[in-house]
Design a protein around this ligand. Structure first.
Ligand SMILES: [Mg+2]
Length: 368
């Protein structure tokens, strides 16, 4: 089976109740890039990458499409059954741009699953569970608002609440953390995520002002070195998210011993197979982590669930998809939905979702 066609689509995903606000960005919608692979046997595989705007990380939507256009002509005719060889082929065509390569990797795994009649989670080693715990991220807000939201979500069944912080007076963030803790207590695991939004001194101030509140501090500062500087000076466990741009970053962070867990974005790292490698590296050091992605529709969400299901339960902190913020499912029947703070793993072959192609309009580019 060989790749015979590659089609690239774009879909704008409006954010329900938007804008969504984080320390450095405010977004009303997400620009998603969707990849459709077609094999010479007529099978179709779907991939997707949807950077969280152009500022969250170095990845951006136009960059994803440009990178795919750069690689696509040379991928026609390549084996559709060899994801490792395809990754090496992509690396030979373009340096970096893991996020664009991820969309092709996901599409290929969807196609291989359909070819063998297996789910992607089975191709990745087998599912530990059919029901995955989700976490809820609050966005930036005022103390009473965020506390009320957190209580509602815990009542719904979420067991991990991520409080967004940063980009404003630290005193307000400190008040938010106290209010959420008073309201939720030990009913949920709390995480405070600044999305690179604090200086080292601000992060230390927040942590020390909340020293009696159990939470994990996610990406408190912009760089690995800044985080290394506050490690040892604050009482809270540290999770690193945005600074894991590659396997090399991940190994460097682990060797520095500066965190207690990771927030892992699948497309940032290069797709499902890269995430499987990271999963195994984390297992070797008993490092807990999430499985998530930036944003996106059902394709990204299904892929996140499939890799998340293969993680040892003791190490899987939670999964996250942007589905609750997106109005429509690509697959109206099997689309990914959160229920009681949990996701159900799709049951069909490949990713287990069948996108309604008409939603994507005409292809921006096609290669064959
Ligand atoms: Mg994060």
């Amino acid at each position: 089976m060989r790749i015979s066609e590659i089609h690239v689509y774009q879909k704008q995903l409006p954010i329900i109740g938007g804008p969504y606000t984080m320390s450095r960005i405010t977004l009303h919608s997400i620009d998603s890039t969707i990849v459709k692979l077609v094999s010479d046997t007529g099978l179709v595989g779907w991939g997707e990458v949807a950077p969280l705007g152009p500022v969250y990380q170095p990845q951006h939507a136009l960059g994803a499409r440009a990178a795919i256009y750069e690689m696509a002509p040379a991928l026609i005719g390549q084996s559709a059954l060899a994801p490792l060889l395809l990754r090496r082929q992509m690396d030979a065509l373009l340096t970096g741009h893991n996020y664009a390569k991820a969309a092709i990797d996901i599409a290929l795994m969807d196609m291989i699953g359909k070819h063998h009649g297996l789910r992607v989670c089975d191709l990745l080693g087998g599912a530990e569970t059919e029901r995955l715990p989700a976490y809820y991220a609050t966005g930036i807000g005022e103390p009473d608002e965020i506390a009320r939201m957190s209580v509602d979500k815990v009542d719904e069944g979420y067991r991990r609440i991520q409080i967004k912080a940063g980009g404003r007076d630290v005193a307000i963030d400190i008040a938010v953390v106290h209010k959420v803790w008073e309201s939720v207590g030990n009913r949920a695991q709390l995480v405070v995520d600044t999305n690179r939004g604090m200086t080292a001194s601000q992060a230390m101030r927040l942590s020390l002002a909340c020293r009696d509140i159990p939470f994990s501090f996610e990406q408190p500062c912009n760089t690995i070195d800044e985080i290394a500087a506050i490690r040892g000076q604050i009482p809270h466990p540290i999770i690193i998210d945005e600074s894991t741009e590659s396997l090399d970053d991940l190994l460097r962070i682990i060797s520095m011993g500066i965190c207690d867990g990771f927030g892992l974005k699948m497309t940032r790292l290069g797709g499902l197979n890269a995430m499987a490698t990271v999963r195994d590296i984390c297992a070797a050091r008993s490092i807990p982590h999430t499985c998530e992605d930036n944003w996106g529709g059902d394709i990204v969400a299904a892929a996140v669930l499939h890799i998340g299901a293969t993680v040892e339960p003791r190490l899987l902190e939670a999964v996250w998809t942007s589905g609750i913020y997106i109005e429509e499912n690509y697959d109206p029947v099997n689309g990914i939905k959160v229920d009681g703070g949990h996701f159900q793993l799709p049951t069909g072959p490949g990713l287990g979702i069948v996108p309604q192609e008409s939603q994507f309009g005409d292809a921006l580019a096609s290669f064959n």
